[in-house]
Design a protein around this ligand. Structure first.
Ligand SMILES: Nc1nc2c(ncn2[C@@H]2O[C@H](COP(=O)(O)OP(=O)(O)OP(=O)(O)O)[C@@H](O)[C@H]2O)c(=O)[nH]1
Ligand SMILES: [Mg+2]
Length: 212
């Protein structure tokens, strides 16, 4: 067995799982991958955990807890009536693009009472995906403000929910007053290819924003 798949401690999910094919950088030390950290943020229940889970090539780390009566009156479940859990610490997943670009995805908790964790979660990230739902656009304002004020590159990704009115990216840009150079896209957090397009857009944008 290759050492890359055998080192995990008992009970710990290895970053390389035994049933996935090894990538060049996992067997050849001269092919060091470019590893980057990306944050997935946005309002409560907008699809952050779904996004990380639908694209991660490892079993995502999730910290879901059942929502109780205490959340009534605080968390609006109108848009997601089937939702029974919420992220209480973070989501974590990994995806390899182009064989040597490894993205580590960190999903933030959406409930306001957990926002104090954001400073730790975003440390070292190259950028953020701010997820939005057009039925409750204002819920993404805190995330937009946060990344604007700390100067971290971000893209705005509208997670389009079935049966809701479809808007053009430019309509969303205008509604949220997003500057022209920041990518805004419509996507589906449940579809891997749609999430990959969003992540590639963020990586490209973050590179554009990085000083030479
Ligand atoms: N129809 C539809 N449902 C979605 C989509 N994305 C997520 N959902 C559902 O919406 C609910 C919320 O998804 P989560 O991924 O838990 O949202 P979250 O942003 O991580 O939520 P918090 O961590 O509680 O803030 C879940 O019931 C998902 O199954 C989508 O694109 N379309
Ligand atoms: Mg979540």
């Amino acid at each position: 067995m290759d050492s890359a798949v055998s080192d995990a401690a008992p009970g710990v999910t290895p970053l390389v799982q035994e049933d996935e094919p090894l990538l060049p950088w996992q067997t050849d030390p001269t092919r060091a991958p470019i590893a980057t950290k990306i944050v997935v943020a946005g309002g409560f229940g907008v699809g952050k955990t779904t996004l990380v889970g639908s694209v991660s090539e490892i079993t995502p780390l999730q910290t879901e807890a059942l929502m109780t009566e205490a959340s009534e009156g605080t968390d609006d479940l109108t848009a997601t009536p089937g939702k029974s859990t919420t992220t209480v610490a973070m989501d974590f997943g990994r995806i390899t693009l182009d064989d040597d670009l490894v993205l580590y995805l960190f999903g933030t908790p959406g409930q306001q009472r957990f926002w104090f964790m954001w400073d730790d979660l975003v440390r070292g990230a190259i950028g953020a995906v701010v997820l939005a739902d057009t039925r409750r656009l204002k819920d993404c304002w805190p995330a937009l403000d946060y990344f604007e004020s700390c100067g971290m590159p971000y893209v705005v990704a509208v997670n389009h929910f079935d049966g809701t009115e479809r808007y053009e990216p430019e309509d969303v840009r205008e509604a949220l007053t997003i500057p022209a150079h920041i990518p805004v896209m419509i996507m589906d957090a449940r579809r891997r290819i749609s999430v990959i397009e969003t992540l590639l857009s963020l990586v490209g944008h973050a590179l554009d924003e990085t000083p030479e």
